[in-house]
Design a protein around this ligand. Structure first.
Ligand SMILES: Cc1ncc(COP(=O)(O)O)c(C=O)c1O
Length: 357
């Protein structure tokens, strides 16, 4: 793996480069945005899965984070993080690992959206701990969660948790508003964020009217957390993840400017093919992922930094096919072995080895 401070011309390609100043800037902007909004930031670690970046994104506290899997929870717990919420729905095979995390951490939270999951929490993790549980709510994302307008189901699940003979402590509501990924521009993002927040807050009020205490009402995705609305001030926490790096998809959605993207894949030119006006680079879908294939203008899958005339039009596992948009490739300026930098479409699935620059 390449090292921090190494000259970029020395890296073995393909290689994921992190611009650590931009990572810190993205981390601090979100911390500041949440401070101004008056809501707690619970950053999601699923994008980076990295202790150092987790520390930046929590402002050094190493507390109050969300993770996507128990493996991530165990990794961050070993790294000294606490107050960890695992956002995956769980089944019986996961209970022992959840128990260990509940015993080890001061705060470990899990997420349910069914009476099946609640029934798995009948026994407390230990004699002096209780399960800390969020109810997952669907405010229009159509993935997991109780529907925001199904008050009867939400109330029945919340009451089942209250009646759990002290094995469960009900934390509140969590909604991932991933439907914001269909937005284009800040105004559409604000509509989705505002609507989701209002739906979640309405459900929280209905639960309270039904006698349930709802301490936490959390909502989040990178687009809506990047353009919060006034109604989001009434939430208690936000949980974006991708914002720490941003990517081309986020710039297309309107969450960020292209300048905020903190990651790029370094790749080298490995072949010239003038008869078909293409060149090959050593980054294919194993490095770049399949995400965003051909969705950008000129059928590109990524932005080729400083080369608006180039388009990544196809990928095999290890190889990318680059064409000149105007039909004439300037091979003299891009000799074999020369470096190009690809801004990925969706950073979460980029899988080449990272290098902090
Ligand atoms: C449950 C959950 N919460 C939060 C997030 C963070 O959203 P984003 O990646 O838009 O920042 C995700 C991302 O997929 C998620 O699945």
């Amino acid at each position: 793996m390449a090292k921090a401070g190494m000259d970029v011309t020395e890296v073995t390609t393909p290689c994921l480069l992190l611009d650590i100043d931009k990572v810190k800037e993205n981390a601090n902007s979100m911390i500041e945005r949440c401070r101004k909004l008056g809501v707690k930031l619970r950053p999601h670690m699923k994008t980076h899965k990295c202790l150092e970046i987790g520390e930046f994104s929590t402002g050094g506290t190493k507390a109050c984070i969300a993770v996507a899997t128990l493996t991530e929870a165990e990794f961050f717990a070993r790294g000294g993080f606490d107050d960890i919420l695992c956002t995956a729905l769980f089944t019986a095979d996961k209970i022992n690992r959840m128990k260990t995390l509940s015993e080890k951490l001061k705060l470990f939270h899990v997420m349910v959206d069914s009476s099946y999951a609640i029934s798995l929490l009948k026994t407390p993790p230990s004699t002096d701990t209780r399960w800390s549980v969020y109810l997952k709510v669907d405010c229009g994302n159509n993935r997991g969660g109780v529907r925001w307008d199904d008050t009867a189901e939400a109330l029945s699940l919340a009451k089942a948790m209250l009646d759990s003979s002290c094995s469960i402590s009900f934390q509140g509501l969590y909604c991932h508003d991933g439907n914001s990924y269909a937005c284009r521009g800040a105004s559409e993002i604000k509509t989705v964020g505002g609507t989701s927040a209002e739906r979640l807050l309405l459900l929280a009020d209905k639960l309270r009217s039904g006698g349930v205490c709802v301490p936490t009402v959390g909502l989040g995705s990178t687009p809506t957390s990047s353009h919060p609305t006034e109604s989001m001030q009434k939430l208690t926490e936000l949980h974006p993840g991708n914002y720490i790096f941003y990517d081309v998809a986020q710039s297309v959605i309107g969450s960020c400017n292209i300048d905020a993207i903190a990651v790029k894949v370094a790749t080298r030119v490995i072949g010239h093919y003038p008869h078909r006006n293409q060149l090959l680079v050593d980054a294919g879908f194993a490095a770049m992922s399949h995400d965003g294939r051909g969705v950008l203008p000129n059928h590109s899958t990524c932005v080729v930094q400083d080369h608006p005339e180039l388009s990544l039009v196809n990928m095999n596992q290890e190889v990318g096919f680059i064409e000149a948009v105007n039909g004439t490739m300037n091979y003299t300026d891009l000799p074999l072995g020369s470096l190009l930098f690809l801004l990925p479409y969706h950073v979460s699935h980029v899988s080449c080895k990272p290098c902090i620059m």
